[in-house]
Write a protein that binds this ligand. Structure first.
Ligand SMILES: Nc1ncnc2c1ncn2[C@@H]1O[C@H](COP(=O)(O)OP(=O)(O)OP(=O)(O)O)[C@@H](O)[C@H]1O
Ligand SMILES: [Mg+2]
Length: 503
């Protein structure tokens, strides 16, 4: 039996198939400049082959975690595990034949290399009884097998290069089919690239990459010039699993989308220079890779600056006057629409831009076309909704105070702060790390802890633990405190997002 998966169409309109069994017996190299469509291609390949074969994805940017939703991949947050832990995880993934995404997002180069190497090592070292076929996809492979020494330690480079060489040179016997993608062929270690016998070449501009590609494919350099003219999503295919002659094909659509989709052009928000100053020059977020202590900033000074940035009154859009009832009814419908958008199970992890697009579409369907909040307003509503607040809390003085304090934090942290503030105000247990991470749009528990640390450094909160290891948070100056809560609790007790409609 041969299994052919469909990658897309040839430029002549015929189906372009890839022979999966042939691929498992060989290896694949994908190259193309940034934006040429490599990650999209890998996603298509993974989606099409998911029903047939186990997969592991080394994912430096966290692009592929969305495969989990539809195809059931286990997402492993590399940040949360030691090298030893990841090696064992690699072995177990093979033993139990579970498809995995190793998310290396948020780690520095050194740790990305070390942890990817550990995980690949686990896949590689497993006992002979478990040498089932498996696709191992490495996106941005030049990060893990760089052609020249970079700024990382020699040890990290050796580990990572060794693991990649094993994958590409010695993996086949063990059932591991390496699939690697790179932006710059010239930056990828030669011995790693040389083992591939299938190629998908995308748009390439630099002569040095073109020359390497021509060498690898055994083409004349002049022929390789054609790579310049390829469009996004177009690749030249060659190799036993693909085509015996260079074949130009268009990669087909995918069922899932990357978590961070390409930015779209949008009208710029209208803001005064003073607003802009306060927003752009607000306190920087914590350094994700190397948390460091810094002197506590002058909170009052920052609050004053933030306050002057809050416009005294928002200019009303010019429109036909509507009654207070109509306004309230409209607001309730906007609220309901927001709740519907946030009800999706993955809503907590999607980029604001993506959520906003969905929100706008739903608003239009609801007939709210003219009353759709702009992106800035949407962010504010989102922050409140994620904190479990309605959109209209302007009447509550205590909340005004909380919002003022929140405004010294970067936008994406404000929701987390408001969520904690709400728990404190109501005397609920302090949310666990998982709930905090989710409100921040992340899966990483470490990041949740760092966020709390940052807010504490900013002088907004004080974190304490009781005798039982449960955490409670007190808001500085307001003296609201949460009840003690288990930091490892799976999630918040489900708390419905409240309606914002005035009673
Ligand atoms: N065949 C295609 N059909 C439709 N959209 C595509 C196709 N290929 C790529 N795109 C879109 O083009 C954009 C860039 O593609 P992608 O992220 O795959 O590029 P890349 O080569 O991985 O770039 P980088 O090297 O910067 O990661 C994405 O928004 C992607 O959805
Ligand atoms: Mg990419």
């Amino acid at each position: 039996m041969t299994v052919a998966i469909e990658m897309g169409q040839t430029t002549a309109g015929a189906a372009a198939a890839m022979d999966l069994e042939e691929l498992l017996a060989t290896r694949l190299l994908v190259q193309g400049n940034s934006g040429s469509g490599k990650s999209h291609l890998l996603r298509r390949l993974l989606e099409q082959s998911a029903p047939w074969v186990q997969q592991a994805i080394i994912d430096p940017e966290g692009d592929f975690v969305t495969l989990a939703e539809r195809f059931g991949h286990l997402v492993i947050e590399a940040e949360d595990h030691t090298e030893r832990g990841l090696q064992v995880a690699g072995e177990r993934a093979r033993l139990h034949r579970v498809s995995t995404v190793l998310n290396l997002e948020g780690l520095d180069a050194e740790n990305q290399m070390r942890r990817a190497a550990a995980f690949l090592g686990g896949l590689f070292d497993v006992d002979r009884d478990h040498w089932y076929p498996m696709l191992v996809v490495v996106d941005e492979a030049q990060l893990f097998a760089p052609a020249v020494a970079g700024e990382v330690s020699d040890e990290a480079r050796k580990l990572s290069l060794g693991a990649m060489t094993n994958l590409m040179c010695r993996g086949r016997k063990r059932g591991l089919a390496g699939i690697i993608a790179t932006q710059r062929l010239a930056k990828l270690a030669k011995n790693v690239a040389a083992e591939a016998s299938n190629f998908l070449m995308g748009r390439t501009f630099l002569d040095i990459d073109m020359a390497r590609a021509a060498d690898l494919l055994g083409m004349e350099r002049r022929q390789a010039e054609a790579f310049r003219d390829l469009e996004r999503g177009q690749f030249m295919a060659l190799g036993p699993a693909l085509s015996r002659r260079p074949l130009r094909l268009n990669i087909g659509p995918t069922a899932t989308s990357p978590r961070n989709s390409t930015p779209r052009l949008m009208p710029l928000p209208e803001a005064t220079l003073e607003d802009a100053r306060a927003v752009i020059l607000a306190a920087p977020p914590p350094d994700a890779s190397r948390p460091q202590r810094r002197p506590a900033p002058d909170l009052l000074e920052q609050l004053r600056a933030a306050k002057s940035a809050v416009p005294e009154s928002r200019p009303e859009p010019i429109e036909v006057p509507v009654s207070a009832e109509e306004l309230a009814e409209r607001r309730e419908r906007v609220d309901r629409t927001l709740r519907a958008v946030l009800a999706a199970p993955d809503a907590g992890f999607r980029a604001v831009g993506v959520l906003y697009q969905e929100f706008v579409v739903r608003c239009r369907i609801e007939g709210l076309g003219a009353a759709v909040p702009d992106l800035t307003e949407f962010r504010r509503m989102l922050t409140h909704a994620r904190a479990g607040l309605g959109t209209d809390i302007s009447g509550d003085d205590a909340w005004q105070e909380v919002m003022l304090r929140a405004s010294i934090l970067p936008d994406d942290m404000q929701g987390v702060f408001m969520m904690i503030a709400r728990a404190a105000k109501e005397g609920w247990p302090c949310p666990g790390d998982a709930a905090i991470a989710r409100a921040y749009g992340s899966h990483s528990l470490r990041r949740a802890q760092r966020l709390l640390g940052y807010m504490e450094e900013q002088g907004l909160i004080v974190c304490q633990f009781d005798g039982g290891g449960r955490r409670f948070v007190t808001l500085v100056e307001l003296a609201w405190a949460t009840a003690p809560g288990d930091p490892n609790a799976d999630d918040l007790p489900a708390e419905p997002v409240q309606s914002a409609a005035p009673a």
